[in-house]
Ligand binder design. Structure first.
Ligand SMILES: [Zn+2]
Ligand SMILES: [Zn+2]
Length: 120
């Protein structure tokens, strides 16, 4: 049984994009290069619009996890909440083995990008 309590978002839009400029994934924080396919996310919560980006790997992991989630509980987390959502849900007993492996791999890559960008 999942302990997460999510609210339905009144405005929710996700559009596939090919980046005309570089972005950053709000789930794993790795760089989305110019020309790379990703998802542009827009949602409004409590009257505030937020715009986020989601890289393709994270998008797949999130979609797959939502599909495995119980019926009637298929609310999708926003990109910046996806990691917390998946790990919390996994603590509750869901497995998401492949999905977590992809997200972890992406986050490791993001960490090594950060190390490279500060290297002389
Ligand atoms: Zn990502
Ligand atoms: Zn859950």
């Amino acid at each position: 049984m999942c302990s997460l309590d999510m609210e339905k978002c009144p405005v929710w839009r996700e559009t596939p994009r090919v980046g005309r400029k570089p972005h950053q994934c709000d789930c794993c924080s790795r760089h989305i290069r110019k020309g790379e396919a990703h998802i542009e996310h827009a949602s409004a919560f409590g009257g505030r619009m937020q715009g986020e980006r989601l890289c393709f790997g994270c998008w797949w992991a999130r979609t797959s996890a939502v599909e495995q989630h119980g019926p009637g509980e298929q609310l999708t987390p926003s990109p910046s909440y996806a990691w917390e959502w998946l790990t919390t849900c996994a603590d509750d007993g869901a497995s998401y083995r492949q999905e977590l492996a992809i997200l972890k791999w992406n986050r490791r890559r993001a960490a090594s990008e950060r190390r490279e960008s500060v290297a002389p």
